[in-house]
Design a protein around this ligand. Sequence first.
Ligand code: NAD
Ligand code: UGA
Length: 460
Amino acid sequence: MNSLFAKTILCIGAGYVGGPTMAMIAHKCPQYRVTIVDINADRIARWNSDQLPIYEPGLDEMVQAARGRNLFFSTDIEKGIRESDIIFVSVNTPTKTFGVGAGMAADLQYWEKTARQILESATSDKIVVEKSTLPVRTARAMERILFSTQSGIRFEVLSNPEFLAEGTAVKDLEQPDRVLIGSRLTESGIRARQALTEIYANWVPLDRILTTDIWSSELSKLVANAFLAQRISSINAISALCEKTEADVTQVARAVGMDSRIGSRFLNASVGFGGSCFKKDILNLVYICRYYGLNDVAGYWESVIEMNEYQKTHFVMTMLNAMFNTLAGKKIALFGFAFKADTGDTRESPAIYIARRLIEEQADLAITDPKALVNAKADLKDVEGKVRFVEDPYEAALGSHAIAIMTEWRQFRDLDYERVYQSMVKPAFIFDGRNVVDHQKLYQLGFNVYPIGKPALTHL
Ligand code: NAD
Ligand code: UGA
């Protein structure tokens, strides 16, 4: 243990959550020593380099300032465990792909390995913090593993789910709506949660640090994501109705969202939600409901995902119908591949599904994205040769029949669409899967414009 520091913190899992979260703690609390470990040596090497493994606005600066001072990245998990007082566990918890619960339940193998490793390597008492998103009652399983020997070492398990969104991780961590800490309601449980509260209190106002029992904390994380995704599926369902009735989904969302009981955020109709968590966490919720025999409840939440699948299919069908029912041999430029703007992450991005469907229709694809081309190439490795990856959006659009906007990158709003239009095959189509460009202006330039949830503007 390094006596220069007031607390020694370890985070197991140097991913999209572990990296930024710990960088923020190190940044706000120079009195603590923060180490992040991972089994993935490449990832750790990148965290120690100038090319961080993830892109988040503001993250590079924060990491550079703290790295080597009180923020360390390492592959030595055992040493990290031995030397820490508080261990955050932020490993991945993907959807299970095999055996019981395949395609639904959370795959807890990485989680369980971590629990066993903590038990093996610990030589003093630890607070173990669940940072990953987990099924409700996982803390009980962790306790069973940690308490399974007579080592005399005391472990206290806390739940502290993370609510950051990618692309705004630094801002979300710096000014969180709330920090949630769940504990056992025993004396030692409450002491442990005070120790964790003390860390966040270095920059988060106390009235935003919410403490609950441990099961409510675990469940709240799944529910928060389910509610957010549900809003998107709700507005997307309405967007389909708008397209049939000449209503405008943006205006409907505005009118509805101004009701303070409903609120205006997360009502942007789109080609569908993506990201590593919404689908997996809802599937997990559905699985838990089924496990407890709550089949109607499970069905209700499952429909949020079904609606999202519909939205992606509907987008491809709109393209196909508009372009005279054939895409074979036509050049299509996909503007954006990340699941949202300001991230290079493409996990569960609707663009993956759309690209594959367009390739099935034998379209000739060019994909452009300011941060996600490396991931896009990996996602489409099996269809290599059927798609081009292009840095410059003007080059991607050159000679194309259509543009489909997949990600709401600011760059795509600000393009010179006159120039883009001139370089395309006519009739030129634009399908705006994010409602981000000026539809009227593009129509006047000559484009046939297909927004989401608004009447199409066409010259045909
Ligand atoms: P990630 O895949 O980016 O990172 C997880 C890391 O854990 C990987 O680098 C992996 O190598 C490492 N790991 C796995 N097993 C390990 C082990 N035994 N020892 C050491 N390292 C190990 O995942 P993520 O996006 O950071 O998500 C982590 C958790 O946080 C998930 O449960 C997710 O649901 C949740 N979450 C994610 C976000 C997000 O925006 N990505 C937001 C909130 C919550
Ligand atoms: C989401 C939640 O917002 C975070 O609070 C949570 O911590 C995180 O999941 C997680 O658990 O992983 P994230 O997936 O990073 O964060 O990004 P969001 O901003 O929620 O966007 C998710 C998807 O929904 C994106 O594809 C986005 O484009 C789409 N979206 C979002 C819409 O289609 N419409 C909207 O109005 C909002």
